[in-house]
Design a protein around this ligand. Structure first.
Ligand SMILES: [Zn+2]
Length: 106
C-alpha cells in the first residue's frame, strides 16, 4: 500500500511524498493523511504536483492550505472554485500561475 510522508522541497517548504504512485495518480485538491518521521499523522490537502518519477516509484506534491471558504463548498463538499491558497503570497491562486512572493510556479 502506498504511504504518504512529508518531504522537504527544493525551496525548503514541506511537501508530500507518495511511494509508490497509485493508479489513478493522486491529484491536487485531494485530502491525504501524511505521516511524520515521528509516526504522527496529519490530514493535508495536496497542492500542485512537483515531481513524478518516470517509473512511478514516487511522486512529490506541494501541501496546500485550504481557505475556510473553500471547505464544504458546493454539493458533496467539493470546492466549486479552482485553485488553492498559496502559503507564500496568501493569495488564492490557480496552479501554473507565477507566485509574486517567491517567483515560483504555483
Ligand atoms: Zn504564491
Amino acid at each position: 500500500m502506498a504511504t504518504w510522508t512529508y518531504a522537504k522541497l527544493r525551496d525548503d517548504s514541506w511537501g508530500a511524498r507518495i511511494a509508490p504512485v497509485p493508479t489513478p495518480a493522486p491529484r491536487a485538491g485531494e485530502r491525504v493523511t501524511l505521516e511524520k518521521r515521528s509516526g504522527e499523522r496529519k490530514d493535508e490537502t495536496l497542492g500542485e504536483l512537483v515531481f513524478i518519477a518516470p517509473d512511478g516509484a514516487f511522486a512529490l506534491f506541494r501541501v496546500a492550505r485550504v481557505a475556510p471558504a473553500a471547505r464544504g463548498a458546493g454539493a458533496g463538499g467539493r470546492p466549486t472554485r479552482r485553485g488553492y491558497e498559496c502559503d507564500e503570497c496568501c493569495d488564492r491562486v490557480i496552479p501554473g500561475s507565477r507566485c509574486w512572493e517567491t517567483g515560483m510556479t504555483h
